[in-house]
Ligand binder design. Structure first.
Ligand SMILES: Nc1nc2c(ncn2[C@@H]2O[C@H](COP(=O)(O)OP(=O)(O)OP(=O)(O)O)[C@@H](O)[C@H]2O)c(=O)[nH]1
Ligand SMILES: [Mg+2]
Length: 291
């Protein structure tokens, strides 16, 4: 049988469930998902390998109107994903209105290939609201296949996976068949730490924080990791550390447990908090941080 391979790229507004869907399709907790908007900041590939196929899924940042340079980088990542998709997944959530989704719809219309529009979070909706929502989205994007979905609870996930694999173009694999992502271990560890920052801090802290893993050393029976939590101001540093270091200790413990689960090894995690003023606005700094 000929081999199939292709890019299936997921776009949508912040918080609609793009990362949750990527994980559900992969069957792995690869990328971080969180109730706070703007969780994902990069395009991240998740690769689903089978004997005769390779589906390269892309998670992307939520589409927004950029307010600083980091946002502009995030939107470039989205636009890149629209260019190289074989199949484009446009993810919306039930309750969202097509009239208010022009940012997403205009990008979707620009893409000329096969499109699937998934209406996510139907588990959280009244039964009677689902059909009218599907119709409204179908009218807004007539060329798309419109499907109701619950990425979190697995509704239509297997069906979607089968549908997508069947429609991949004939192509040799793009990546070695044992690879799960284009990103390395350090990246995923920094994301797990950032996810705990999102979970533990309020207001502007999650949006001002960057995490850098400086070292990852495998010793017998344990992995030693040193990482920096980088914020924009001294006052934010104080909040991240907390009184008597309490908040930072809690962050460290939660992150260590998550990393240990991810790599299935015992972990020693050393977290330091640093200030890098206005890193979100600085081209050179953004580049250094991988944007
Ligand atoms: N009820 C319900 N919640 C969901 C579903 N899918 C995702 N969520 C929740 O929605 C929130 C956002 O999910 P994410 O996967 O982080 O959303 P995202 O689109 O990647 O968000 P950004 O990266 O910030 O753009 C999380 O709290 C998820 O648990 C679903 O099918 N049903
Ligand atoms: Mg996300």
């Amino acid at each position: 049988m000929p081999h199939k391979a292709g890019y299936v790229n997921i776009i949508g507004e912040p918080n609609v469930g793009k990362s949750t869907l990527l994980n559900a399709l992969l069957g792995e907790q690869l990328v971080i998902a969180n109730p706070k908007a703007q969780t994902t900041r990069h395009r991240i590939l998740g690769i689903l390998n089978g004997d005769d196929h390779q589906m390269v899924l892309s998670d992307t940042p939520g589409i927004l109107d950029p307010q600083y340079k980091m946002h502009e980088r995030m939107m470039s990542a989205v636009d890149e994903a629209i260019i190289d998709a074989d199949i484009l997944i446009v993810l919306v959530e039930i309750g969202q209105k097509p009239e208010k989704a022009e940012n997403v719809l205009k990008r979707a219309r620009r893409f000329k290939g096969r499109k699937v529009l998934l209406v996510n979070k139907v588990d959280a909706a009244q039964e009677a609201a689902i059909l009218p929502a599907l119709e409204a989205w179908q009218n807004a994007l007539p060329e798309a296949k419109v499907v109701p979905m619950s990425a979190l609870h697995g509704l239509n996930v297997q069906e979607l996976k089968t549908y997508l694999i069947e429609r991949l173009p004939e192509h040799p694999p793009y990546f070695p068949k044992d690879e799960l992502s284009d990103r390395n271990m350090r990246f995923f560890i920094s994301e797990l730490i950032r996810e705990k920052v999102l979970a533990n801090y309020k207001q502007e802290i999650p949006y001002s924080t960057q995490v850098v893993v400086n070292s990852y050393e495998e010793a017998p029976g344990i992995v030693r990791i040193q990482a920096d939590v980088i914020v924009m101001r001294e006052s934010q540093k104080g909040i991240v550390i907390g009184e008597g270091g309490h908040a930072l200790r809690r962050l460290g413990t939660q992150a260590r447990i998550a990393i240990s689960k991810f790599i299935d090894q015992k972990v020693f995690l050393d977290l330091k908090v640093k200030v890098d003023p206005d890193w979100r606005e600085d081209e050179a700094k953004l580049k250094r941080y991988g944007y």
